[in-house]
Design a protein. Structure first.
Lengths: 320, 377
């Protein structure tokens, strides 16, 4: 499967596409691709601010059922891409995470149902699902913590599946691996955290076992896969319900940090990190593949190039 | 009657959400009799008549009208009541209605659970929380064997999906590490209880067979059933309630051992055909004007029965069912007959009598929760 290629029989230029969460990292990248493909775009964001490329967004808080319903009705969307999410864990205020991720998804699905939108894509999280479904199941022995973000994203998936099963929505769920790229404001994540530390002249910090393998994908690759899956969902009645999108290769945390340091020419900044858990640890994936439909991508853009674009973005915005 | 339940709940302040519902009202009466100070938080009763009205509960317990979807109202209620134990039963509990009103079903069942658990975890008087979900929280794999607490969650219809989501919310909130990060000094133990449809006096919900029979008898009409040979489990409401109550007590005493999910399902021998139940109830009621009429409709495929494996509750809580289906139906016939003799009469004493009868039988069967507090076990 080569999910990068736009499929020939799907004409984005004839489609009205509504994107929620357009100003997020994935949203910006997705809108750029949709523009290349000449789709008619309705970009929405909570605040209604303009996007970096000056695209106007419509203000739409997904937690307001009437707001999202009105927009979907007005724009006569053919495809809805639901990207809006609260992606940071807010342990002190878990309610808002559930509010945005559960009720937000619910409101979008209900609006799609009542307006009869032909296709909708829900973005889920590989991390939440693969690292927690088994834990949820095996609740007897030492259950793993489920943080509000993961719990809320799993709820969103359950609700999305239910809308498909119960109401016949043409719906796809994309579980995306860890994306990195320009404009990620969550500095607790490894890539932006490392780059910003280096820009401040500080040693980056790796919080967990540096040999832990993590799957990283440049955001543009994720956006391309998202659109490719949307084409399948909209165009093929026997489409898969979910797809997990990941990089064919994972990297140890220390390798990723090392690449960033090398590219920023600051190998002198030795990362602060805990000792590896075990010297003879094999490179077993933390996030086991979920058996279902998985696209293991060999990215068109080398990791180096993706990192460079990301670094350039933070250099440009550093201190702003 | 002194039991381990009364020695735990006596003098405790207990908050019951959904106390105006069928299950919630029975639970509130039971807690009241155990000597607890019961505070209910719920919308108005879901049906007219209702068990809540029939037992004149508004006069017997503290009754707060409120919506669990209103986070502020839930928080204010918990802060002012300062309960020792919380039972979260408020829910949209009808599968059919969930197809008509999916968003409010998810809102009540998922966000309502978020709101109640969030408020309970922030209140330092709370010693345990029992959150009620459903046997339908498990992903239906069409197994012939019973579902265990460790099986995968999921749901096809909006009701089932909402209960699977509620389970995820409970798992998130019950985690000690999460509660610490969220700013708690201590960990509030949370248990989730999973039971199926139950039967009992005082249920007037739509599209349920016992209330349908009751309405037919009351109107002196025939009772028409379309799938007489369909089998269902018939569990009296007091059965899972005994489990919820005992779980609430054990969670407070030994949190680490009892946090997690618990099945309180019917026994295999409680699975009867619809025809047998209708005939049994008509016989017990002695209702000469109502006859069973069968208009078989083979088109509607019966969804496969989802059975619960309750080994965990047997082993760790010493819980098991007390009444046979026949005993449950006897109690039900007595309840409705009495009610329709004079609908203005206070049904509370009869509820109490049935609870006491149930408890005595449980005691005779040696069930832990029903033993006297000084009992050996």
């Amino acid at each position: 499967m080569t999910p990068r290629q736009p499929s020939v029989d799907f004409d984005w230029s004839a489609k009205n596409v509504l994107v929620t969460g357009a100003t997020g990292m994935l949203g910006v990248s997705t809108i750029a691709l949709l523009r290349e493909r000449k789709a008619t775009i309705s970009a929405t964001s909570r605040s209604g601010v303009s996007m970096p490329d000056a695209t106007k967004t419509m203000a739409c808080d997904v937690t307001s059922a009437s707001s999202i319903a009105r927009l979907i009705e007005q724009t006569r969307a053919d495809v809805v891409l639901h990207l809006a999410a609260q992606s940071q864990d807010t342990d002190a205020e878990p309610r808002s995470t559930f509010e945005v991720n559960v009720n937000g998804t619910l409101n979008v699905l209900e609006a799609v149902r009542s307006s009869g939108v032909p296709a909708v894509i829900i973005v889920a999280s590989t991390y939440a699902v693969t690292s927690h479904w088994p834990a949820l199941a095996g609740s007897e022995s030492e259950p793993r913590a489920i943080r509000p973000y993961a719990a809320s994203k799993m709820c969103a998936e359950v609700i999305a599946r239910c809308y498909r099963d119960s109401f016949g929505l043409r719906l796809g769920i994309v579980r995306l691996t860890n994306l990195f790229g320009p404009g990620d404001v969550n500095l607790r994540r490894l890539v932006p955290g490392t780059i910003c530390a280096v820009l401040r002249g500080e040693a980056p910090v790796i919080r967990s076992d540096p040999d832990t393998l993590l799957n990283f994908l440049y955001v543009d690759e994720g956006a391309a896969a998202l659109l490719r899956f949307a084409e399948q969902v909209a165009g093929n009645p026997s489409h898969a319900v979910t797809v997990s999108v990941r990089n064919a290769e994972s990297l140890a945390l220390r390798e990723m940090v090392g690449s960033i340091l090398a590219q920023m020419d600051r190998l002198d900044l030795l990362p602060k990190m805990p000792a590896p858990a075990s010297a003879a640890k094999d490179r077993a994936e933390d996030s086991a593949e979920s058996g279902e439909n998985t696209w293991s991508l060999r990215p068109a853009l080398a990791l180096r190039e993706g990192l460079q674009r990301t670094i350039d973005w933070y250099r440009h915005h550093h201190g702003h | 009657m002194e039991t381990k339940l009364s020695s735990f709940y006596g003098g405790k302040t207990v908050l019951v959400t959904g106390h105006t519902g069928f299950k919630g009202s029975w639970l509130s009466v039971w807690l009241d009799r155990l000597g607890a100070k019961v505070v209910g938080f719920a919308l108005e009763p879901p049906s007219v008549p209702s068990n809540f009205e029939a037992a004149k509960l508004a006069k017997k317990i503290q009754h707060i009208t409120g919506d669990v979807c209103d986070a502020g109202a839930v928080e204010r209620c918990v802060k002012s009541v300062r309960p020792n134990v919380v039972f979260h039963l408020a829910a949209q509990s009808l599968v059919r209605l969930s197809y008509e009103q999916p968003t409010s079903t998810f809102d009540v069942n998922v966000m309502g659970t978020v709101n109640v658990l969030d408020a309970a975890c922030r209140c330092d008087s709370v010693a345990s929380v029992v959150s009620i979900t459903s046997d339908k929280c498990y992903r239906n794999q069409n197994w012939i064997w019973g579902y265990r607490e460790s099986d995968e969650l999921g749901g096809y219809d909006p009701y089932s999906a909402s209960k699977a989501c509620a389970e995820m919310v409970i798992r998130c909130f019950s985690d000690a590490r999460f509660q610490k990060v969220a700013g708690s000094n201590r960990v509030v133990p949370i248990g989730s209880a999973r039971a199926g449809n139950v039967i009992g006096g005082g249920d007037w919900a739509r599209n349920r067979i016992i209330p349908d029979i009751v309405r037919a008898i009351e109107k002196k009409e025939d009772i028409v059933i379309r799938s007489p040979n369909a089998t269902r489990p018939w569990q009296h409401v007091l059965e899972p309630l005994s489990g919820y109550l005992w779980l609430g007590a054990k969670l407070a005493e030994e949190p680490a051992k009892y946090i997690g999910g618990w099945n309180f399902g019917p026994r295999d021998e409680d699975i009867w055909t619809v025809r047998d139940v209708v005939e049994e109830l008509l016989g017990k009621w002695n209702a000469p004007h109502t006859k069973l009429r069968i208009e078989e409709d083979s088109s509607g495929a019966e969804s496969q029965l989802l059975r619960l494996d309750c080994t965990k509750a047997h082993e760790h809580l010493g819980w098991k069912a007390v009444w046979t289906v026949e005993e449950a139906l006897t109690a039900i016939a007595e309840w409705y007959r009495r009610y329709y003799e004079d609908p203005r009469e206070d049904m509370y004493p009869l509820l109490v009598r049935q609870i006491e009868q149930f408890t005595r039988q449980a005691q005779a069967q040696g069930l832990t929760w029903a033993l006297s507090p000084k009992g050996e076990r």
